[in-house]
Design a binder for this molecule. Structure first.
Ligand code: 4AD
Ligand code: MG
Length: 483
C-alpha cells in the first residue's frame, strides 16, 4: 500500500465516515490521559479543526503513548466511531499508532498555551503549526486563488514580469542592487565610479519595485493583463504595513480610463473579500474571535468599532467613497486632529503628501468606509500618470482601507508622447534608457490604466492581523532575513 493513503481531517469533518477503517496523519496538538484511555487532538493543517484520536492503552503500547507529545507527528489507523464526548460528532478509535517524528517536550518551543505574536515571529519556521498562523496562511491561499479566478473569469492574461530589471518604475530610488561584481574590488572608471559594463548584465541592475512598466507593454498587445509577483523595496520603514519583499497584483488594461480603473478596482476588491468570506468560514470565525480578544487589550479610543467579519461584510456590501485629493485636503485641513495639532504631520496647504494618519482619518473617522482618492498633485506622483487638464494634477487613484490606509495605488497612464517625455525630462528620467517604454506611445498608443494591490495589505485586512510581518510566511524587513 502506498504510504500516503490518508484521509485529510477537513474531508473527514465534512463527510460521514462512521464505521470505516481509515488512516490519518498529522501533528499532535494536545494529549489528555486517564487510566483507561488517552485522547489526542490531531491537526494536519487541512483545517483549523483538530480531530480526536482515542487511544486505548490495551491496544497502543505504553512506549508509543509516551511519545505522543505536543508537536510529534503520528500516523493513526483505526475505525471512525460516533463520539461520546462533547465537541465532535465522530472520532477515530486507534487500532495502531506509528510515531513518524518525535518532538522532545523539553525542547519543542510551541506548547499548548498562548504564545505572543512577537515570540512566534522568532520561530517563524514553526509558527504555521499554530491555530492563528494556520488560519492566516489558508486565508492567504484562498485570496491568491481568488485573484487568479477573478481575472481569469474576466479574460485577463497572467503575465510574468522580470524580477531583475534595470529600471526603477516608481522612481523612488529604493531599489536593491543586483550584482556579481567583487564588492571588495569592483572595476572602476577613471573618475572612480563603478564600471557596470563588467557586471553580469553589463549594466547596473536591481530587484524590481513593480511589474507595471512591462505590464503596460503586454496590455498594448493582449489588452487586459495582470501580474502577481514579488516586488522589492529598500525603504527603511519599520512600520506594521511595510515589507522589503512583498507580493503585488498589477492589472493593466488598454481602453480603460480613470473611472473604468476605479470601477474595476472596487469590484475586484469586493470579489476577493467575498470569496474569502464564503470559502474560509472556519478560519475567519477563528480570526474574528482572535481579533476581538486583541481589541480588548487596546485602549478604548483605539478599538475599532466593528468586528472583523462585520468589517469584511461592510466592505463587500457598500460602495466605496470617491473623492479628489483637493476635496480630501479641505476635509483634513478643517478636521479636529488638524486644528488641535493631533496629527504628527499637520495639513497646511494643497500639495502636501498624505501620511497614513491622514488616510486613516478619512476612512475610519470621516467617511467610515473605503475611500478612493483621485487626482493627486503631479509633484507627489510617478512620471507615468496621465496629466489632467488643470496642469496641476494627475489621474491617480489610491484606495484607502480601514485599519490599513493605502491598499491600492494606480492611475490612468499618460499615453500622449509629448506630455510623457516632457514629464520625464522634468523628473530627470533618461528617455534613452526607456526607449522600449516610449515605443508603446510611438506605435499604436491608446488610453490605458492600471493599479497595484499590495497582496500582504489585503491579507492583513482580511485576517484582521495587525502586523504585516504576520501575514507572509518569512517576512523581510530592515535587519531581518532569517529563515
Ligand atoms: O502605490 P505603489 O507604489 O504603486 C505601484 O507600484 C504602481 N506601479 C502600481 C500600478 O499602478 N501598477 O504600490 C502599490 C501597492 C500599495 O498601494 C501598497 O498596497 C503596496 O503596493 N505596497 C507595499 N506593501 C507592503 N510593503 C511595502 N513596502 C509596500 N509598498 C507598496
Ligand atoms: Mg502608492
Amino acid at each position: 500500500m502506498a504510504f500516503n493513503k490518508r484521509v485529510k481531517i477537513k474531508s473527514l469533518l465534512e463527510g460521514d465516515f462512521v464505521g470505516q477503517e481509515l488512516t490519518l496523519m498529522g501533528w499532535v496538538r494536545t494529549k489528555r490521559s486517564n487510566k483507561n484511555v488517552s485522547f489526542v487532538a490531531l491537526n494536519d493543517g487541512s483545517s483549523i479543526n483538530n480531530y480526536q484520536v482515542v487511544a486505548d492503552p490495551n491496544i497502543i503500547s505504553e512506549d508509543t503513548l509516551k511519545r505522543i507529545t505536543t508537536g510529534a507527528c503520528i500516523k493513526v489507523i483505526g475505525e471512525i466511531v460516533a463520539s461520546q464526548g462533547a465537541g465532535q460528532s465522530s472520532e477515530i478509535s486507534a487500532s495502531s499508532i506509528t510515531i513518524l517524528g518525535d518532538a522532545d517536550p523539553e525542547k519543542y518551543p510551541l506548547q499548548p498555551k498562548k504564545h505572543s505574536l512577537e515570540f512566534l515571529r522568532e520561530i517563524a519556521h514553526l509558527r504555521m503549526r499554530t491555530n492563528t498562523f494556520g488560519a492566516v496562511f489558508r486565508v492567504r491561499h484562498a485570496l491568491a486563488y481568488a485573484v487568479h479566478k477573478y481575472f481569469n473569469d474576466k479574460g485577463f492574461f497572467y503575465i510574468h514580469t522580470p524580477i531583475i530589471t534595470a529600471s526603477d518604475a516608481e522612481g523612488a530610488g529604493e531599489t536593491f542592487k543586483v550584482t556579481t561584481l567583487d564588492l571588495k574590488k569592483p572595476p572602476l572608471h577613471e573618475d572612480g565610479s563603478i564600471n557596470f559594463k563588467e557586471d553580469f548584465f553589463e549594466r547596473e541592475t536591481n530587484l524590481t519595485v513593480s511589474g507595471q512598466l512591462e505590464g503596460e507593454l503586454a496590455a498594448m498587445a493582449l489588452s487586459e493583463i495582470y501580474t502577481f509577483g514579488p516586488t522589492f523595496r529598500a525603504e527603511n520603514s519599520n512600520t506594521t504595513r511595510h515589507l522589503a519583499e512583498f507580493w503585488m497584483i498589477e492589472p493593466e488594461m488598454a481602453f480603460y480610463d480613470a473611472e473604468d480603473n476605479q470601477d474595476l478596482a472596487e469590484d475586484f476588491l469586493q470579489y476577493v473579500i467575498s470569496y474569502a468570506l464564503e470559502n474560509c468560514k472556519d478560519d475567519l470565525t477563528f480570526l474574528d474571535k482572535r481579533a476581538s480578544e486583541e481589541e480588548q487589550s487596546k485602549k478604548a479610543d483605539q478599538r475599532s468599532e466593528m468586528g472583523l467579519l462585520d468589517r469584511l461584510k461592510f466592505v463587500t456590501e457598500n460602495r466605496f467613497e470617491r473623492i479628489t485629493y483637493t476635496e480630501a485636503i479641505d476635509i483634513l485641513r478643517n478636521s479636529n486632529p488638524n486644528k488641535k495639532k493631533k496629527f504628527q504631520y499637520l495639513i497646511e496647504e494643497w500639495g502636501a503628501d498624505l501620511q497614513s494618519e491622514h488616510e486613516r482619518f478619512l476612512v475610519e473617522k470621516h467617511f467610515k468606509k473605503p475611500v478612493i482618492l483621485t487626482d493627486y498633485p503631479k509633484e507627489i506622483k510617478a512620471f507615468y500618470m496621465r496629466q489632467n487638464d488643470d496642469g496641476k494634477t494627475v489621474a491617480a487613484m489610491d484606495i484607502l482601507f480601514p485599519g490599513i490606509g493605502e491598499i491600492v495605488g494606480g492611475s490612468q497612464r499618460e499615453e500622449r508622447m509629448d506630455k510623457l517625455t516632457q514629464r520625464m525630462d522634468e523628473m530627470h528620467i533618461p528617455q534613452e534608457e526607456m526607449w522600449w517604454y516610449l515605443d508603446t506611445r510611438r506605435f499604436g498608443a491608446t488610453p490605458h490604466a492600471g493599479f497595484g494591490l499590495g497582496f500582504e495589505r489585503l491579507v492583513l485586512f482580511v485576517t484582521g492581523m495587525s502586523n504585516i510581518r504576520d501575514v507572509i510566511a518569512f517576512p523581510r524587513t530592515p535587519g531581518n532575513a532569517e529563515f
